[in-house]
Design a protein around this ligand. Structure first.
Ligand SMILES: Nc1ncnc2c1ncn2[C@@H]1O[C@H](COP(=O)(O)OP(=O)(O)OP(=O)(O)O)[C@@H](O)[C@H]1O
Ligand SMILES: [Mg+2]
Length: 254
């Protein structure tokens, strides 16, 4: 049984069919990749799994139990964490304060009423996680001064606060410089060795193909191919989806 399963998920926004026939299985302990051209529906699928969008058709299951149309809070409480394509950090708070807010969010409102300020142990844990993602030196900087890539790393650290068993990352490497991309890949592998399962949306092919055990490709709201990176990389349908070569098939270059 797959840890996380999406079966025949469909979603339309008004007249636009954003997802049709979307099926995907993520095995426990794996790093799964989800790729596809812009607008193919990757973020929409993440939103459905994590409770930010509702569906009328299809099912989402976690450990074999339906979690279709759960609230974001419930999904999060089950141990499914996510980052957002556009990061959601508090720009006027410092980097470490963002981490402490994430701690409070994780522990719930009662905790924040009883002990509003971050304790020494929470602060220490926050610093450990910032160090883990490579931005500890920026702990006291206002989060608004971080580069786009550094914000992505802060977003990841905020997700790790809750110690989720599954982590969905929406374009974690986008806008990050090559050195930090290397560090990010290393950290994801390390977390995976500790038992965490990943589903990663990313346009950086080298990153996806070197990191993921299995890759699923979406095109026009459908999952079209799923398999090990080497198989997916050479699949004709994937080339067609990215290059739009289907109609030009067999044509000679002028
Ligand atoms: N809330 C919404 N209302 C209307 N249309 C939406 C909404 N969210 C997504 N869409 C549309 O659904 C389709 C899929 O969008 P989605 O953001 O899931 O694609 P994506 O694969 O994540 O693209 P990208 O790689 O550019 O991030 C697009 O046509 C998009 O415009
Ligand atoms: Mg997206």
């Amino acid at each position: 049984m797959a840890l996380l399963e999406m079966e025949d998920v469909r979603k339309s926004f008004g007249g636009l069919q954003a997802l049709s026939a979307c099926s995907l299985e993520v095995e426990e302990g794996s790093i799964a990749g989800l790729i596809g051209p812009n607008g193919s529906g990757k973020t929409t699928l993440f939103n459905i799994v994590t409770g930010y969008e509702r569906i009328r058709e299809g099912a989402v299951r976690f450990r074999g139990t339906a979690i279709t149309n759960s609230t974001p809070e419930r999904v999060f409480a089950l141990g499914i964490g996510r980052t957002f394509q556009l990061t959601r950090i508090f720009t006027r708070l410092s980097v470490v304060e963002n981490m402490l807010v994430a701690t409070q969010r994780h522990e719930g409102w009662l905790r924040s009423v009883l002990r509003p300020a971050g304790s020494a142990s929470e602060h220490r844990r926050a610093m450990e996680l910032l160090d883990f993602v490579g931005i500890a030196r920026l702990a006291d900087a206002p989060a608004g001064t971080l580069s786009y890539g550094q914000r992505k790393l802060l977003d990841l650290a905020c997700v790790l606060v809750a110690d989720p068993s599954v982590i969905l990352l929406d374009e974690p490497a986008g806008g990050i410089n090559p050195t930090l991309i290397g560090l990010l890949a290393q950290r994801i592998r390390e977390l995976n060795r500790q038992g965490k399962t990943f589903l990663i949306v990313e346009h950086n092919m080298e990153f996806v193909m070197s990191l993921c055990h299995r890759v699923t490709v979406m095109d026009f709201g459908k999952t079209i191919v799923s398999g090990p990176p080497d198989v997916v990389r050479s699949d004709r349908r994937v080339l067609d989806a990215y290059l739009g070569t289907e109609e030009a098939d067999g044509d000679e270059a002028p």
